[in-house]
Design a protein around this ligand. Structure first.
Ligand code: CMC
Length: 428
């Protein structure tokens, strides 16, 4: 935030004129500071869904929705998707700079050394309903990390937050894989510290059934790239949730657990599951794409994987994912028929004025599910993969907030439209 007190806007209201400072962001965007509004005028602002409200200043991620730009710490997503790895990107997002080779090695070793979970925690995970949704189960498991590791729950102690950062990053794939294996009635597979982060997760999930050779390498590359593409997305619903919970000085495990729950909804991370279910429904019901789109336009349902609060041109992540999906499906011996259906659905929607007039384009979730399905992940694990990818972002925002001198407990106001004062029966 540039403290450009020279620029102001004037708010003319019944009681007078209030000058409000305008801050200029790194990319020239303007933000009006409203801190004095309530005290000076007695008025609040009403902004449903916070569509116009910046609740903090942040140095982590820049998005220009109109131009389809996404950058982590200044680096374009297109470069990171192709040239970086998930761990390098996670380091960048969390610590602010790309790591030197030695720093990356140290980070990676710390994650390997911490990848196991305590036996009691394994028993706790095994005791949860095995057919429960994995997002519910990982949120619960992550919450209990605060109980297993109460030496790292003080958000005011940077060393404790660092310890918790490593534990969260190291253990989330282990927790997720164990929950998946429980759901299919298979024994858990312990982390293999000789493997890299992504390979280890694939191995803990699929064991001997994990693809090997060229296809195995392609799957590793694809999962790595999808995690990079999901690593942060500034103040989306789940990250805002992590910040809100953290603003009460709750510990990082509780805050991330809350973020996982926020991610689970179909308007947010749950959309990748919803896209797959929608494609299956179109295929199984035999409805034509034209008739399906008519139902969407009649508001009987939404076209899942389309539209975005911020991107009103295209989602830069979806372009990378579409290329990845073609690569995988070209080389797979049983290409998924849902990919072909998704391509047709996208093409039909993009020729329809309902979608173009509302600037509705495919988002990050439109093709992600097709890729995960081809790899053998069940539909209800898709959002878990999103959570593993988004973890660096949640952690980075928690850490940034914890040391931000301007931060206050999150406490929005409301526009009250309920009953005026009235008397309790019998009280006059
Ligand atoms: N299908 C049909 N119509 C839509 C869709 C859609 N997917 N998305 C928005 N619209 C319409 C909406 O009905 C409204 O029309 P009108 O102006 O005539 O009332 C207009 O477009 C604006 O929609 P909105 O609901 O005001 O937009 P929003 O910014 O509040 O919602 C969204 C953004 C992502 C929740 C929404 O586009 C949506 O529900 N998309 C489908 C779910 C989805 O794919 N979510 C993943 C988002 S990207 C990953 C993530 O964030 O986790």
């Amino acid at each position: 935030m540039s403290d450009d007190k020279e620029r102001t806007v004037e708010l003319h209201y019944e009681g007078g004129v209030l000058k409000l400072p305008v801050f200029t962001g790194t990319e020239g965007e303007s933000t009006i500071e409203l801190k004095t509004l309530l005290g000076s005028t007695g008025m609040t602002t009403l902004d449903p869904g916070f569509g116009n409200t910046a609740s903090c200043s942040s140095k982590i991620t820049y998005i220009d929705g109109a131009a389809g730009i996404l950058r982590y710490r200044g680096y374009p997503i297109e470069d990171l998707a192709v040239h970086s790895t998930f761990l390098e990107t996670a380091y960048l997002v969390i610590y602010g700079e790309l790591p030197e080779p030695g720093q990356l090695k140290e980070f990676s070793e710390k994650l390997r050394d911490n990848s196991d979970i305590p036996a009691e925690m394994g028993a706790f995970i095994d005791a949860m309903p095995r057919n429960g949704h994995p997002m519910t189960l990982i949120a619960s498991a992550v919450n209990t990390l605060a109980a297993y590791y109460d030496d790292s729950v003080d958000p005011g102690d940077e060393n404790q937050v660092e310890l918790a950062t490593i534990r969260l990053m190291a253990k989330l794939p282990t927790i997720a894989a164990r929950i998946y294996r429980n759901s299919i009635g298979e024994a858990p597979i312990a982390p293999d510290t000789s493997l890299d982060y992504v390979d280890n997760f694939i191995r803990m999930t699929f064991g001997d059934k994990a693809p090997t050779g060229e296809l195995g390498e392609l799957f590793n590359k694809a999962v790595g790239m999808l995690l990079v593409l999901h690593a942060d997305h500034e103040l989306n619903c789940s990250t805002a949730t992590v910040r809100v919970v953290g603003s009460s000085l709750a510990d990082i495990y509780s805050s991330v657990s809350a973020g996982i729950n926020a991610l689970s909804g179909p308007s947010h991370g749950g959309a990748n599951q919803a896209v797959l279910e929608m494609l299956e429904e179109i295929r199984d019901s035999g409805i034509s794409i034209e008739d399906f789109l008519e139902k969407v336009k009649a508001r009987e349902m939404r076209l899942m994987g389309f539209g975005h609060r911020v991107y009103k041109n295209f989602d830069p992540r979806s372009k990378e994912i579409k290329v990845l999906a073609s690569q995988i499906l070209d080389r797979h011996e049983n290409p998924d028929e849902l990919f072909a259906l998704a391509l047709k659905l996208e093409a039909a929607a993009l020729q329809d004025s309902y979608f173009t007039e509302r600037k509705l384009y495919p988002n990050v979730d439109f093709y992600t599910g097709v890729i995960y399905r081809t790899m053998g992940f069940p539909t209800n694990m898709f959002t878990v993969l999103f959570a593993i990818g988004r973890l660096p972002g949640w952690v980075a925002h928690f850490r940034e907030q914890a040391v931000d001198p301007a931060f206050r407990i999150a406490r929005p106001r409301q526009h009250y439209i309920g009953a005026a004062e009235r008397r309790y029966p019998g009280q006059g």
